[in-house]
Design a protein. Structure first.
Ligand code: NAD
Ligand code: MG
Length: 381
């Protein structure tokens, strides 16, 4: 039976690669609906190719244009449309939008017991406890798409999680892994967008350069696998071949390896517990690679990673603040309104100004998120 898939963020880097997987396996998957942000041209191509039942555009104007052109498809728009699309009849929701805008659609789909393949880490950082509690209550599976978390998930497969002692997340180091802090002072947006190993959306590429991405992933690992922050380690591994590892109490370490290709973890989230072939994919050739390198993380050099551990340990709304401050600061950096190192400075200031609230509900989270964004904007004045 073909699995019906709803794909939020279809026009992004993860979205397009998810479409590749669906295209490669037409018997296994049907793209029932998707959201497409502002990219109307790619949305049209996807509608012609996949003939979805529902499509969400960010603007009502774009939705209106498409309504005239494709009478067989239902078009919705905006944040409400994103939720309508998320809860549309399907087997799996792939959440590949960027940012905490993905939170409410995810929570609504969870209420229907739907399987969620989650790339959208901001949702897990801003309100991980709500997502996981609700998933438990409604029996919804949350399957990681992020390569590190897919690796952890695969390394834990068939194991007793209480016998695992440590999660080891690998980090490529991002665009500036060989720069000193002094070098970082005047780096440009273009330089920050040039990632050595992965081609990804702009926001996550900047997050990788600041190391905020690894910080978000540490929190994501805490949320998904319920490991304390003392039992999560980050290891610099420039080749991005080992995607992460789990250490067990007998000192055994399980790792998942592969060429850096996001379609592997995306596909696994769609097929779990099965695996499907990937006929045209490059296979891992360790003899060709020869050597793998590892280094401890330097928390002074990558100060933002320290901030993320601090936010995670504090808990409550502090991770919401970390995420929202970062989203706002990265948007300002991409518009060239601030310098690179100001991203972590603004995050730190937002965290210092915040009085964390324990076990926040959705309303509190949304409020803290929007207040933090405003506060960060005002810091420039
Ligand atoms: P991207 O910028 O390429 O795509 C983001 C998608 O989200 C686009 O389709 C865009 O239209 C949509 N979107 C953004 N803001 C929106 C809004 N306000 N309303 C509705 N839609 C909106 O990003 P990406 O690189 O594909 O990353 C997506 C998510 O996956 C992020 O959370 C990222 O951290 C995570 N992730 C990405 C990669 C990767 O290799 N790209 C790897 C691991 C995790
Ligand atoms: Mg990752």
């Amino acid at each position: 039976m073909s699995k019906k898939i709803i794909l939020l963020g279809a026009t992004g880097s993860i979205g397009v690669q998810t479409a590749d997987i669906i295209r490669e396996h037409p018997e296994q998957f049907t793209l029932t609906g998707f959201s497409a942000g502002r990219n109307i041209e790619l949305a049209k191509e996807f509608i012609k190719e996949f003939k979805p039942e529902i499509v969400c555009m960010q603007s009502e104007q774009d939705a209106g244009t498409l309504r005239g052109e494709f009478p067989q498809t239902a078009f919705v728009s905006g944040n409400e449309g994103l939720i309508e699309t998320a809860v549309y009849d399907a087997d799996v929701l792939v959440n590949a939008v960027t940012g905490s805008v993905g939170l409410e659609p995810t929570l609504e789909a969870i209420k229907l017991g739907r399987t969620i393949a989650i790339a959208n880490k901001e949702t897990l950082v801003t309100a991980g406890h709500l997502v996981m509690e609700s998933a438990k209550r409604y029996g919804a599976a949350i399957l990681p798409v992020d390569s590190e978390h897919s690796a952890l998930f695969q390394s834990l497969n068939g194991e007793k999680i209480e016998q695992a002692t440590k999660l080891i997340l690998t980090a490529s180091g991002g665009s500036f892994r060989d720069s000193t802090r002094a070098d970082l002072k005047n780096v440009t947006v273009e330089e920050a967008l040039n990632h050595p190993n992965w081609s990804m959306g702009a926001k996550i590429t900047i997050d990788s350069a600041t190391m905020v991405n690894k910080g978000l992933e540490v929190i994501e690992a805490n949320v998904l696998f319920n490991f304390g922050y003392d039992d999560i380690e980050v290891l610099l591994h420039r080749e991005s071949i080992i995607h992460s590892m789990v250490e067990f109490r007998d000192t055994s370490v399980m790792a998942q390896l592969g060429t850096p290709d996001m379609r592997v973890p995306i596909q696994y989230a769609l097929t779990y517990p099965d695996r499907l072939e990937r006929p045209n994919a490059k296979r891992l050739n360790l003899a060709e690679i020869g050597k793998l390198h590892f280094q401890p993380m330097d928390y002074e050099r990558f100060h933002a990673l320290q901030l993320a551990f601090d936010a995670g340990r504090t808990g409550g709304t502090m991770t919401t603040v970390l995420n929202a401050a970062n989203e706002q600061a990265v948007a300002m950096f991409l518009k060239k309104e601030i310098k690179f190192l100001q991203i972590e400075e603004l995050i730190e200031r937002a965290m210092m100004a915040h009085n964390p609230i324990a076990s926040p509900d959705l309303e509190t989270i949304l409020q803290v998120d929007s207040e933090t964004r405003k506060a960060v904007q005002n810091m420039l004045k």
